[in-house]
Design a protein around this ligand. Sequence first.
Ligand SMILES: Nc1ncnc2c1ncn2[C@@H]1O[C@H](COP(=O)(O)OP(=O)(O)OP(=O)(O)O)[C@@H](O)[C@H]1O
Length: 620
Amino acid sequence: MAVASSSRPGESSPRRESGGEEDDEYALPSDYKAYVPVAKRRAQLASQLGSRSKRVKMSDEVVKEMEEKKQEEDEEEKAREKARRERTLLQAAQEVKEKRAIEDASKTAGQLAEEKEMALLKEMERAQKKLAGAKEIAEGTVWTESLKTTWRPPGFIRDMSEEEWQAVREKHHIIVEGEEIPPPITNFQDMKIPKPILEHLKRNGIKRPTPIQIQGIPTAFTGRDMIGIAFTGSGKTLTFTLPAIMQALEMESKIPFVRGEGPVGLIVCPSRELARQTYEGLQAMCKALKEGGYPELRNLLCIGGINMADQGDVLGRGVHIAVATPGRLMDMLDKGRLNANNCKYLCMDEADRMIDMGFEEDVRSIMSHFKYQRQTLLFSATMPRKIQDFAQQSLINPILVNVGRAGAANMDVIQEVEYVKQEAKMVYLLECLQKTPPPVIIFSDSKNEVDDIQEYLLLKGVEAVAIHGSKTQEEREYAIRSFKTGAKDVMVASGVASKGLDFNEIQHVIVYSMPKEIEDYVHEIGRTGRSGKTGIATTFVNMNTSEQTLLDLKYLLMEAKQKIPEFLLSIDDPRAAHGTSLKGCPICGGLGHGIQDCPKLEDANRRAQAASQKYAGGGY
Ligand SMILES: Nc1ncnc2c1ncn2[C@@H]1O[C@H](COP(=O)(O)OP(=O)(O)OP(=O)(O)O)[C@@H](O)[C@H]1O
């Protein structure tokens, strides 16, 4: 009798003998295959396939079967994992959605609208590239330190505490942003301005600095990048021309400039007239310096429509400061007639207008001519948040000096808004002219209307000149000259042609057609009420004026504490009902609308898109 095997199924018995199997009740079937767990099978297969020397011959069929099985198992596991992940994501998304719904339910429609606006603004900012030269962008040059100058505030001001400085700022309604802000200085003598310039300023009635000058001049003198925002007629020009003179004087005193050298300072303006006016102011100060025994500083006016050969003498002996419009400047730089190799100081007057007018690319192209680090300054009366943010990215550790809200009207202008039917405007204009003695400026945005008004006034015996973009350079210069000297009583102008112009004591500005953009209105009425004097602005509105523009106007009048006519009072702001906070539109600064309704939105988007395409296409 066979001995019962103590071994378990699957274990081979060394004592089993052949032939006795059929009697053994524990005997395994002949086709029995021992169970091998998958992991072990896989390991076996791997070792069989992996080591050639030890490879056991297996039929191709078995290998294939096992591989397929493994693949199947892997795929199943992957599918399970994917489903698990999807479930988790779905759950998380659902939770966020529910949470947001709860939050949104507690938000006002105004808050939701604001959030939407911020998202829109962020989108636009992403498309906008910083204002820097193509070379700097391409080479990734990043300047981190501000430019150093030798100028220091007087010791007694340096010794004052930060709280004392802040008290001075508060007294003059100066708001500053930035790091290590130089102290405000409340008189020109303490700013260490050369005596001949001080005397020249005094002769012109400029005895004490205005708020923008109190903080802006020391900031610029120390070499810091700066954004200067202050209302129209508040003396921004001096704030950026004086530092250019100081830089030039310092350089000239070290090594006198010779042919082909310079400029050390570059001031870019959006219009020829404004450039000429700034140049003339500079010339007068440099003349005073020279007469006072200081070295001669040579300035160059670089604008379209004039013959540069007339300034051959300046070009031939080296230029200290150039005042330019973007187009002519670019041309001169490209042709090598002027270079920015030694240029340390770049200022853009009416910087936001320049960007609005499509000069942004020109400015970048000008910047690419700079060889070394520069000090950059941007000025305007209306610098909307969007441009401030964009500018801040482009400057080095900049200081923002702000007097009043950007885009606010000058408080020295009495604003009168009148409802005048379109067909009655011309006749009423004559009556309106009687409000004050001359000089008076009349603004219209249409060139044809400018011509029509001038013709009508001439017919009625009023001495009027006209200026707009389609006039020749001679006509423009003649108009400005004869108006400035008092030979003509009235100037009819398109807004663009007269931005930033400083005419003597304009009594009355008539806004014949209300511009679509409130910023333009602020600049237009700002031709009066300059350097602390009071002026009047009369604005005609009617059915042709959009409700949104009227709303912007209403808020501007409210802010400037002006009388608001009944028909403006009756216009309701749909946003107020939603509880939207009435901050200025970040694109144009208007108080009566948000980004989505901004008249400049389309333009701003188009420009941002064009810029990003140019970048993407390697245009830089
Ligand atoms: N400290 C001062 N005291 C008195 N008058 C001044 C002072 N500074 C500048 N002015 C005069 O004030 C007038 C306006 O100055 P400026 O043209 O610089 O204004 P602005 O701020 O640039 O205005 P806008 O924004 O319209 O261009 C000029 O005639 C200028 O000579």
